[in-house]
Design a protein around this ligand. Structure first.
Ligand code: PRX
Length: 632
């Protein structure tokens, strides 16, 4: 199923558009099914109701594990590189991973988990995280992985939304020279979670933790009580595989739902093609399994293709900014898939960290999560790929399940900062505000997709109406991505960023409304408005305008209190980079905040604020401008 030339891509693409069902049906033949489908696709975008491979039965772990045992059992499935280079790395072959997944699947059963139960996973980037995810899939439980940077309150909200029965965590995680007390955070979260019956705790950093009788059990003890034989549960193609929460333009994150069959086919097909993965190669994706990139391109995509997936617990700058390059050299990494924010941050250290590093194993480079600026693209190309490794700038979303618009490595001619062309089966269109298609090349518009693909979300957990409203109601009969996009003279796509109130901070998606809600929880805050502004390393920074009338004492301390509040409510990832105290916000007469004006001020571009005469109190704008310039 690998495409090897541009001409072939063009042919395959045409076929995938002309005969989508035949196309995906033949791709699906490359996977192991317990029973084949009766029907490849039935769909409508109005409800929406999307079903791929209806009637088929499978278990995704048989595709990721069992099927490789005979031929590739001794091949490394996972290589784990710890936070500190002084600690040993760990290699798990497909046989070992299979054995551990089955064993842990039995631990889940022993602790009451059954097919369909939701299980929250809050763990460090260790092999056991992949094992926990796969063990859930093995028994047909639905995993909901929560990124280690979220607060107790965020976890509790996610656990309650999905009514999770079990939690899998660890005592703590390493992050550079810091330790994150994961179990403590879970303990705080579980105070408000009545559905959770058991919490399985892995020992990792060996920090003391509280263990509640009847609820908390140790991973290491539990695995001693079970054997390593666990039949893979038979799943319907449209049974839930996982829920992953993501931010939107409202205050509450939504649980994006992916199902077993279509997601598997899409993650596997796109992994194999986009990275042009070759047997025996080492593939290193630097994302965290807590995000969709980790789900699709650390766990399911690579393992379904029998690849060797390298997992890294640490950060790019610890103990030195050579860390990535040392890992590449040590494990002879062939593919490096990372985020523009990491590239920009490493670029900032100059050439020194690269001196003497052998990067000759690198064959393919990848970028994901946010637009990559040309400077970072060229640095990546020259310094890391030595202009020999194609860069795949992969555009996609939590909701899309897998890569949608991207070069295919060694096949598609690349262009700096362009995601280039849609993958087979993906039919993008650009529309104007009214939903009219913008045809031709050299045009800008809102990016929509007009035909289903197997990896797409099916619903938002517990609230189908919300799925319909968010993605399928803005424009009739189209999936709306929330992104703005340029199609250039060559028909190449360049994603220009979100057109809704969603920020992309270091590749993490954060809703402005969520941050505002968190700031407003501070006792002294009357109101706030949050916008994004260009940030050299993070891509976007968070700028908060806050009305705080009764300031007692120190302004700087009050700012820190606000940051602390956000950290408690959402997590440190959502902390504003700038807080400006103001006495009013620019509002229309109907009370709507004019974010456009705040965005301009945050960007430091006040030359053209547009018409402000419709504001309730135009004077407020001048005051904000003055305060913002004082702050600089
Ligand atoms: O705005 C786009 C941006 O990230 C958003 C999706 O975020 P999330 O669901 O967290 O998934 C991130 C990892 C797939 C998109 O709506 N985005 C993602 N990849 C790119 C991108 N923007 C530009 N170029 C990309 N390659």
């Amino acid at each position: 199923m690998q495409i090897t030339s541009f001409e072939q891509y063009q042919e395959v693409y045409q076929q995938s558009v002309n005969e989508p069902e035949q196309f995906w049906g033949s791709i699906a033949e490359n996977f192991v099914w317990k029973k084949k489908w009766d029907n490849v696709l039935s769909w409508n975008f109005t409800e929406p109701n999307i079903k791929w491979f209806e009637g088929a039965k499978l278990n995704i772990t048989e595709n990721c594990l069992d099927r490789h045992l005979l031929t590739d059992g001794d091949k490394p499935a996972i290589i784990w590189e710890p936070n500190s280079p002084e600690d040993d790395s760990v290699t798990l072959t497909y046989k070992m991973l299979h054995e551990q997944v089955c064993r842990f699947a039995n631990v889940l059963k022993r602790n009451g988990a059954q097919k369909g139960d939701r299980i929250c996973i809050y763990m460090p980037m260790v092999p056991e995280l992949a094992i926990a995810v796969l063990a859930c899939a093995r028994i047909g439980a639905v995993h909901s992985v929560v990124f280690g940077g979220f607060s107790a309150k965020s976890i509790a909200d996610r656990i309650n939304d999905a009514a999770c029965k079990l939690v899998i965590t660890a005592d703590g995680a390493y992050r550079g020279n810091k330790q994150i007390p994961l179990k403590d955070v879970i303990d705080d979260a579980l105070i408000g979670c009545s559905t959770v019956e058991k919490c399985i705790v892995l020992t990792h950093v060996r920090t003391p933790v509280s263990m509640l009788k009847g609820r908390d059990v140790w991973w290491e003890d539990e695995v001693k009580h079970v054997n390593n034989v666990c039949e893979a549960e038979e799943m319907d193609a449209e049974d839930l595989l996982f829920i992953l929460y993501t931010s939107g333009s409202t205050g509450k994150p939504k649980g994006v739902v992916h199902t077993c069959g279509g997601y598997m086919v899409y993650a596997g097909y796109t992994f194999s093609n986009v990275f042009n993965y070759q047997p025996g190669e080492v593939y290193f994706c630097t994302a965290d399994i807590g995000w969709i990139t980790g789900h699709s391109y650390i766990v399911y995509g690579p393992l379904s293709q029998g690849a060797t997936s390298l997992i890294f617990e640490g950060i790019p700058t610890f103990p030195t900014p050579s860390r990535f390059w040392d890992i590449v050299e040590k494990h002879k990494v062939n593919t490096l898939y990372t985020a523009p924010t990491a590239i920009r941050s490493l670029m900032g250290f100059g050439d020194e960290p690269l001196v003497g590093k052998d990067l000759s194993s690198i064959r393919v480079l990848g970028s994901v999560g946010e637009p990559i600026n040309e400077e970072a693209w060229h640095w990546f190309d020259e310094k890391i790929g030595h202009q020999k490794a194609p860069i795949v700038d992969t555009w996609w979303q939590t909701e899309t399940g897998g890569i949608m618009i991207s070069p295919i490595a060694t096949v598609t001619p690349t262009k700096p900062s362009f995601a280039t062309l849609p993958l087979p089966g993906i039919q993008p269109i650009l529309v104007d505000e009214n939903g009219n298609e913008i045809e031709g090349n050299g045009v800008n518009g809102n990016l929509c997709i007009k035909f289903p693909w197997p990896g797409m979300l099916r619903t938002t957990y517990g609230d189908h109406e919300r799925c319909k409203l968010t993605y399928f109601s803005t424009y009739e009969n189209l999936y709306f991505t929330g992104d703005g996009c340029l199609r250039d003279e060559d028909g190449y796509y360049r994603i220009t960023g979100r057109v809704d109130d969603v920020l992309n901070v270091s590749g993490h998606r954060i809703g402005t409304a969520e941050v505002e809600n968190a700031i407003n929880m501070h006792a002294g805050v009357v109101e706030s408005a949050v916008v994004g502004y260009p940030h050299d390393v993070k891509g976007q920074g968070i700028y908060a305008f806050v009305i705080f009338p009764a300031m007692h004492g120190d302004v700087e301390l009050t700012k820190k209190d606000i940051l602390q509040t956000v950290t408690r409510v959402i997590g440190a990832i959502a902390k504003p980079d700038k807080v400006l105290f103001v006495s009013g916000l620019p509002k229309t007469r109907s009370g709507k905040i004019m974010r456009r004006i705040l965005r301009k001020i945050a960007e430091g571009d006040i030359s053209n604020l547009g018409d402000i005469s419709t504001l309730l109190d135009p004077n407020v704008v001048q005051e904000i401008i003055e305060r913002a310039s004082e702050k600089k």
